[in-house]
Design a protein around this ligand. Sequence first.
Ligand code: C2E
Ligand code: MG
Ligand code: MG
Length: 869
Amino acid sequence: MTSLRTNLAELQSRRTDLIVALGLAEAGTEVDASWISGTFIHIARLWPLVLLGKLCITALLHVPFYQQGNIGHALALSAMLLVDGIAIVAPRGARFQRLRPHHQKWLMLPMVLLSGLTFSLMLGPSLIAGALSRNLAAELAVALMAVSIFGDRRLLGVSYFLGLLTASLLHGADFAQVGLLISCIAVLMVAALRQAAHDMHRAVAFYQRDLRAQRSDRLLHEHERSGRGWFWETDRHGCIAYISDTLARTLDLRGETLIGRPFTEIVRPGDRQEGDGERTLGFHLSARTGFADIAVRAAMAKDERWWSISGQPVFNDFGQFHGFRGSGTDLTEMRRSQAEVNRLAQYDSLTGLANRVQMMRSLEQAVAGMNGQPRDCTLMMLDLDRFKTVNDTLGHPAGDALLRQVSQRIQRVVGDRGLVGRQGGDEFKILLPGRTDRIMLDHLARAIITDVAQPYSIEDTAVVIGVSIGISFCPQDGVTAEALIRNADLALYAAKGDGRGVYRFYSPEMHADAEDRRQLEEDLRKALVENGLHLVYQPVVSSKTEQITGYEALLRWDHPARGAISPAIFVPIAEDSGLIGPIGDWVLRTACHDAAQWGEGVRVAVNVSPIQFANPGLPSTVMNALASAGLAPERLELEITESVFLNDDDGTDSMFARLKALGVRLALDDFGTGYSSLGYLKKAPFDKIKIDQSFVRGAAIRGSRNSAIIKAIVSLAEALGMDTTAEGAETQDELALIRQLGCSHIQGYVYGRPLPAPDVLVQQHGQQGAILPQGFQSSRPERKTMLRTVAVHHEGHVYTGRIRNISATGAQLEGLWNVPEGTLFAIELGDNQTVNAVARWSREDRMGVEFTQSVDLAGLRAAPRAMAS
Ligand code: C2E
Ligand code: MG
Ligand code: MG
């Protein structure tokens, strides 16, 4: 915009320069002279010298100015005075100056010819006296003087000569004079031709310049008319000499009414906004310095109107100040939209909640106290659970609709207690100013979790998601916005780690946890380089033949200081840090290499992380591992979890196809724990479903529904032609049940824990591939399934809970939401029995408690409130 303005201002100034240069001054524009008419004025000024020279020479040659009876002489003198007089006076006349340059020239040409002619006629009588050479010398002297005045105007010079010679010839031509005349005519022709060519070029250039000027003119008018900009000019007193009509119209005035008024009158005085535009403008105008883009407010406008003004002082050739010339644009609309943009910049366009920027600003304001003392406030960071699944399966518009509904629910729960904002994606923030009671926060967090977890109807589909919350306080957990956010984030991370759908308050140990994680990541990187990782293999046994059909390769890390670390801890770290790539490659190579030593037909199963699965290079890694170990592809089974379907796209389908094309087997690991959509079972070419341990464990306990689920999974797998492996079978009871339910394979401690590679070889050779189950018959103490309402005492409060599945050492309790692990209670079981208990796990409103002393189950059975189910 600024450059456009500058260009137009430049154009405007060029336009004026052009007008000046051509001597085509417009009315009202001050113009001193043009270079064309300037030439003739120059001649007119100096021509008296020529005339004087002529008269002196005439006198020196004793030519009588007046001889009685010589009328011709007198006439020649008069003609000479007349012609030279015209040459002196005519160019000074205004009419002459208004003529076009070439017209001026063609008028002057005969004049100079006549001037030469009359001079020659004047000298005529002295020729009769026989002083031809003197005469010629005199003529040449004057001619030289004339030519030096004509300068480069060859045509004029040669015309003068011609005039002189023509007259001289009349007095008596001799050979020299005729020769001179002929050469003069030749020179005249050549000069005339060259002059004509020169004039033509000049005319073309002039025409082009004229065209350019017209175009500039049109552009300027167009620009002015479009209202995008306007031009102004002041005289040396700061009064308006020119102003675009469009500007005058915006002020409901006519352009002429503004002419002659001080320029500063159209700008509102004393307005101190926007860098004090009016004062700045005044300063530049009086200091006669250029300025650009000064924002000022229009003084004469009825409604608020803003302009941006630029200008440059104008000086003439003698350095005298002539006024200012410049341009301006209307800022009003821009300022209005700026205000709108500012408003939009504070709110999230999807949900209408405060956006990240406004939340940050509000948090900074909430934290900053009066005297450098931080103020009380609470920050809650929320992250939706399973939102990505909805977004990926139902599409982004559905995701957006869900986010809108979630934000309304959160807003409804929080009410005017605090400010709710959307951080971006599926993250929200709540800022509660002032001191907030911890119990109130508990209630609020629970209410949000409960409300958000209620089903949504999105595009006629029922959708259920959850939310995890991290909470930090000012000043306890941090006195700056950044510290509060970081700590609430850590608490959120902890909430997610604790199974999602829960809230956690920040505690300093969380920092330690984060630091711990970072340290582990560093150590893991080192372990990978220094061969600190190794694989163990857990047998997978055929339920019919009790033969070992394969082994699952499980990664182990013996930390030099911390000892063995579970893959459940370090694999997620490897996934987050990108280390899973090289680690996964190593696992594949090592497992294939080890399996190549095993008996024919014994398979190896390798776990593949979703991150590895998303890498298009996986098939070639698998192929290389198989090739370098010399292992047949059908002996390698890749275990993939349901989470790969979270990014269900064309890439997932083609990865399945490419892996399958290699000839390897594919197993769906931990089935039933995650996404569990049956749709993908149809299209993904799995050879096996691994039923998660959570279904297997406890399936043998009476009343457990797990066996029904296992049975359903087995029939589904059979229908689809897939094998099944029941994971985590620990007891003989579970084994028997699994066999009875029809699982084709079993993997669990009942057949042995994972073994180091050398032990696998021993195991295979020792028992010819068969294996016998070991271990307990049943894994748990006697359990009663019952529904009983109990009173739970905690820190002086009494809550109501329901008991299910009670044993002598513990119970499953319902009705208390998200109880932190390790919380101590006293539970009133019945009229006579109160028992102390510790929360061992908690998921939403269910928790497992361990009694600190044994409970008499028989006594409970007799209790009147018992409702056995
Ligand atoms: P997973 O693939 O489901 O592996 C089975 C886990 O169950 C193994 O735990 C195994 O030791 C354990 N398990 C087997 N039978 C029983 C049983 O009867 N009772 C009990 N309580 N547990 C049993 P592990 O080795 O701790 O591995 C945990 C998870 O770590 C694995 O679950 C897998 O998801 C992951 N993981 C292990 N190795 C690798 C690997 O090389 N790459 C990747 N990406 N993940 C791995
Ligand atoms: Mg596995
Ligand atoms: Mg598994």
